[in-house]
Write a protein that binds this ligand. Sequence first.
Ligand code: SP5
Ligand code: ZN
Length: 349
Amino acid sequence: MITFFNDSHQAHAPEFEFFRGERVSCFETPARAEYVKSSLTSRGHVLRSPQMESRTVLARVHAPRYLAFLEHAWRDWVALEAGNDQRQPFPSVWPVRTLRSDVEPVNFIARLGLYSMDNGSPLAAGTWTAAKAGADAAASAAALLAVGGRRGERAVFCCSRPPGHHAGPDFMGGYSFLNNAAVAAQALRDGGAARVAVLDVDYHHGNGTQSIFYDRADVLFVSLHGDPLTEYPFYLGHADETGAGEGAGFNLNLPLPAGCTAARWFDALEQACLRIAAFRGDALVVSLGLDTFAEDPISKFSLQASDFSRLGERLGRLGLPTVFVLEGGYAATALGTNAVNVIEGFEGI
Ligand code: SP5
Ligand code: ZN
């Protein structure tokens, strides 16, 4: 399988995040992508660098004012006060119900709150560089697939970070800044695929991807994840969210209780796959979160390494041209094996 590696991923390396009111080391680290890279390489997979510029497609999934903010956020933060280049900015105020989000404040922290869903997505000097290169990888992957009558690849894997699936039309969140899965899906549409399915298997609901496509029938969003009643992102991902307007019936959430067995997870995967097959799309985008792993430090499902092979096999049986984008997964040393297992399961190796 063709694999794109985001060579700029290390530019996004914030030091800490907040957890229970304390500063803790980031869970989403550069080492994650390096572990996946080394497993891919040692299994003989050849890594390529993305070639496509994603700006046009980015502007179709994200709001212009959000993209402008994110691109210049670090510069604006550093310009604010001497020493800020050694400090991480965090939002501390948000435009929740009754407050206005149509007027962008001048104050930097207020702008950061406007464009954030949480205080858990730390910015660093190279966040834009890394996230943009990740979006370029997603667009590059979409351009290589055999869709719309074009000759091409059966599947492409994007080994990249930061993740993307919590990033909505105009906000960052959950370690995500640019929604790579949405970029891949939109690029596939623009490249001639009439209908695209997105399957999100990360432990956390892909609220950003759901929101970007919620009122559209041309992109089906299906997600299995920890029940938002107890799990991040808490405010989206319930079973009664089925799509709106033309998109009614084109969103399927399969929330599962934290702590549930792998058997139950695979039952939900089967339901997801049946819905995707019935949709009869031209291509599939997989938001490949590996935080469903039993040993993940922040998640509560129980998949083992061999279960990732089984996941890959099941997705391969859908028979669709497929883009995989890496999302979460925080048991860093196991990420390589688990990612390669999905890919090789898909390929029937
Ligand atoms: C892409 C992705 O997987 N984003 C996940 C963002 C989760 N952010 C909230 C982290 C909450 C950590 N809870 C830790 C519980 C440990 N006992
Ligand atoms: Zn996750």
